[in-house]
Design a protein around this ligand. Structure first.
Ligand code: AMP
Length: 258
């Protein structure tokens, strides 16, 4: 496995050694890797001859500076997990190298990005779409892997790829959860033991199929001490975002009529 910090070095490898690569799988992340990320890497490994992982905590997608500062970092463990999972190249770009324009150029979507998480985190998806476009241009993958845990992000990226005729297949990967149903997330590590125990009520209530409406689910979450950003159905899925302490959790479930 090769760890690359210099984007010019990466460009030269992509243009020379990997110039004829037809099956190159790409997994973009912000690091602090867990079994959720690992499932994306495994899928990429199965479907491609070369697997590229990026680790970059993208400042432009954080609308809260504390959240950015506190974002967990564990680069040594991340590299171990990447190596054990069969990654070929790890890209660790620096902010000034990825944003030579100082974020003057931005990709924004004007409809869906303003709903759900976008409504509560203004500018978030513009930061996400911009960094993903930059990374897709640099890596030029045949396949790129994203988690359904961040379904709104996944759909916006899929839409961007279609809108700009980008020649990459976006592969959606199922949400990996702990034994109580809580979706794995790097932010979970900031929960206290007690907060972690009560956090599993979030997916349990959101997934509830006993024909409860969103307002009822919201009330039940609030009764259990969650600060609720939203519980909302959209295009066949029920989305939710809550905060416990200072930790924001998101999740989504397909709506079933049973
Ligand atoms: P992040 O490092 O949080 O930006 O996530 C990088 C990628 O991993 C995104 O495509 C996420 O949707 C995906 N991911 C994060 N957590 C999970 C999970 N629990 N299950 C599946 N995919 C995940």
């Amino acid at each position: 496995m090769k760890v690359i910090r210099d984007l010019n070095m990466w460009k030269s490898i992509r243009d020379n050694k990997l110039s004829t690569e037809k099956n190159l799988g790409f997994v973009p992340t912000m690091g602090n890797l867990h079994a959720g990320h690992q499932s994306l890497i495994k899928r990429a490994r199965q479907e491609n001859s070369i697997v590229v992982l990026s680790i970059f905590i993208n400042p432009t997608q954080f609308n809260n500076n504390d959240d950015l500062q506190q974002y967990p970092k564990s680069i040594a463990d991340d590299l171990k997990l990447a190596r054990n999972s069969g990654v070929d190249y790890v890209l660790l770009p620096q902010e000034h190298a990825l944003y030579p324009d100082g974020f003057r150029y931005q990709v924004s979507e004007t409809v869906f990005s303003r709903k759900l998480c976008g409504k509560h985190r203004p500018g978030h998806f513009t930061g996400v779409l911009t960094v993903i476009l930059k990374l897709l241009q640099l890596v030029r993958p045949s396949h790129a892997y994203f988690g359904e845990k961040d379904r709104q992000q996944l759909q916006l990226i899929q839409g961007m790829v279609e809108a700009f005729f980008i020649d990459t297949k976006i592969v959606a990967c199922p949400t990996i959860r702990d034994e109580n149903g809580l979706a794995l997330s790097s932010r979970n590590r900031r929960l206290s033991a007690e907060q972690y125990r009560s956090a599993s009520q979030f997916p349990q209530l959101l997934a509830n199929t006993k024909n409860k409406d969103c307002a009822e689910i919201r009330r039940e979450l609030e009764q259990r001490g969650f600060v609720v950003d939203y519980v909302q159905e959209w295009d066949g899925y029920r989305y939710g975002a809550v905060t416990i302490g200072s930790v924001r959790l998101i999740d989504n479930w397909e709506v079933t009529s049973s």
